[in-house]
Design a protein around this ligand. Structure first.
Ligand code: DQA
Length: 150
């Protein structure tokens, strides 16, 4: 069965590759996009892609995705730590979701340690750079393929 996957990137992630490379690495968001699209295509799945620095755009995109996507990979950037609206939107869409962070948010400043979405997602991958993003996406597909096979 072909899955409809939604990949969301929030604040400042459009700057990946140039932004604090000692923390976030040198891979650009375009390169991440190509890798995720290739890995979904290999398994016969489709990906839609949302990138925005505006919280409301992400909330709108999630609202529009209701009933139209099977699973979500999300790196909300700084909205992770601030956005009740994003949390509520994920609860509304209510599909398996993997939260990813390039850096280990639990080993950084105190304010980054709290994710407002961590307890409403299926799981979190944090601290493995782009490998964690790629593996998190594979775990999402594994999880969905298992549950749709039942
Ligand atoms: C991030 C971690 C956040 O705390 C930060 O605001 C980001 C990136 C990460 O991928 O490590 O923008 O989500």
């Amino acid at each position: 069965m072909s899955l409809r996957l939604l990949v969301i990137h929030g604040a400042n992630l459009d700057l990946l590759g140039k932004r604090e490379p000692h923390i976030y690495g040198t891979t650009t968001l375009d390169e991440i996009r190509q890798a995720l699209e290739a890995s979904a295509a290999d398994r016969g799945h489709g990906v839609s892609w949302v990138v925005s620095n505006h919280e409301g755009d992400l909330v709108d995109a999630l609202g529009q995705a209701m009933g139209k996507v099977d699973g979500i990979l999300i790196n909300p950037g700084a909205f992770t730590h601030t956005s009740v609206a994003l949390r509520d939107a994920l609860l509304a869409v209510s599909v398996p979701t993997v939260e990813v962070h390039l850096s280990n948010i639990h080993a950084r400043e105190e304010f980054r340690r709290n994710s407002l979405i961590a307890d409403v997602v299926t799981g979190q991958v944090s601290g493995f750079g782009v490998d964690g993003v790629y593996r998190g996406f594979e775990m999402l597909m594994d999880h969905l393929e298992r549950s749709t096979a039942d």
